[in-house]
Design a protein around this ligand. Structure first.
Ligand code: F6R
Ligand code: MG
Ligand code: MG
Length: 369
């Protein structure tokens, strides 16, 4: 059967500040999802949070960009916003940038990652959810999963992966996309995606067409840029991704392996700092130190006849303690830079800036060199 796996997420109020989602918002969302499941709109759901982002994970058979599914998510966020307002949660409704739903939730504030695929005999799917960073934070780990043989030995030794993968890369500044192949275009791909605030991996496809249809994605990342949608700072984009694993795709352990390196991502305090991404279980997905450090959680599902079954909290495991300790060392090291780059982002990437005001004030005092 064809199944659609959708994650739609939004920050509709933090508790306290920008650190966490209040349990009542999760309950509210669960109630709405349960109703939709009873009505047959979705097959299954799991509601969770990472940091201050409310995450709706759904399976259904309506395909991507479906109006009914997007409307369900929007209405759910509206209901949660009502509760957030009642509890006076911080920034209640902050990611709902529009007053009314108009057919597709994209461009309205929430982040979306969805893909439709033919459910295999065994279908492991991993939902990755980040807080306090931007979509480009996925570039390095997704690249390593699908293109780096030092991460994924399957690329070398599994004949069903040997032909490589196609990367769909978006230029989120110029609003263009390009499809590029590994392994032969590796250097050009890296030239783009190394510039992670501009070029982001949107989808990955298998090139082993006997196993996967050419147009069937095996990974997808949310690429909504809140700053661009709203035209002003309204919080970072806090991206999510869906990755399928095994049997011609990276094994679960190859999908998780890139996260052993807590690479530097942009976001953290005020969306304006570089810091390490720290893999955590959901119980530790709270952004406390300096509003972070940026976190990533991973829930694994074994999709069965369009249902999710129980999630496995993959980073809730001592195997990631070393990485978490390393992330904290890096956090400490970066913090010592205070307001200096490269901890603070370069001017053009900062979400807040007082510089134009300072320059205006200082204008008359500046002398020619
Ligand atoms: C970053 C983030 C927080 C806020 C910070 C200031 O994405 O959400 O670090 O930027 O807490 O928030 P305001 O301006 O709402 O006081
Ligand atoms: Mg927030
Ligand atoms: Mg957030």
């Amino acid at each position: 059967m064809k199944v659609t796996f959708s994650i739609i997420k939004a920050d509709v109020g933090g508790w306290p500040g920008h650190s966490l989602v209040h349990p009542r918002l999760i309950e509210t969302a669960e109630k709405e999802m349960e109703k939709a499941k009873k009505k047959g709109i979705i097959r299954d759901f799991h509601v969770t949070h990472v940091g201050d982002d409310l995450e709706l994970i759904m399976t259904h058979t309506k395909g991507t960009d479906n109006k009914q599914i997007h409307e369900l998510a929007w209405k759910t966020f509206e209901k949660a916003t009502e509760v957030a307002k009642e509890l006076k949660l911080y920034g209640a409704g902050q990611d709902l940038l529009s007053d009314a739903f108009s057919g597709n939730i994209k461009g309205m504030g929430p982040g979306v990652a969805e893909m439709e695929f033919e459910e295999r005999k065994g279908e492991p799917v991993i939902a990755f959810m980040m807080d306090k960073t931007e979509p480009g934070a996925f570039n390095l780990p997704i690249y390593r999963m699908f293109a780096d043989p030092f991460n994924t030995p399957g690329l070398v030794i599994d004949p069903s992966m040997h032909r490589g993968f196609t990367f769909e890369i978006w230029d989120i500044m110029e609003h263009k996309k390009v499809f590029m192949n590994t392994p032969e275009e590796t250097y050009d791909i890296l030239a783009l995606i190394g510039a992670k605030s501009r070029f982001v991996i949107k989808r990955v496809y298998s090139r082993n067409s006997d196993k996967f249809a050419k147009d069937e994605p095996v990974a997808v990342v949310s690429t909504e840029k809140l700053y661009q949608i709203a035209g002003e700072y309204v919080g970072k984009d806090d991206p999510v991704a869906v990755v399928r694993a095994q049997s011609g795709l990276p094994a679960l352990g190859e999908v998780l392996e890139p996260w052993a390196f807590p690479h530097l991502v942009s976001g953290w305090m005020r969306g304006s700092h570089n810091g390490p991404i720290m893999p955590v279980g959901i119980k530790n997905a709270k952004c406390t130190r300096f509003d972070g450090p940026p976190r990533v959680a991973a829930l694994g599902f074994q999709v069965a006849n369009g249902t999710l079954g129980m999630p496995a909290d993959l980073f809730d495991d001592p195997a990631w303690d070393y990485t978490r300790n390393k992330a904290q060392d890096i956090a400490e090291y970066m913090r010592r830079h205070g307001p200096f780059e490269p901890h603070r982002l370069p001017l053009e990437d900062m979400e807040y800036t007082t510089l134009p005001g300072i320059m205006k004030e200082l204008g008359p005092r500046f002398q020619k060199l």
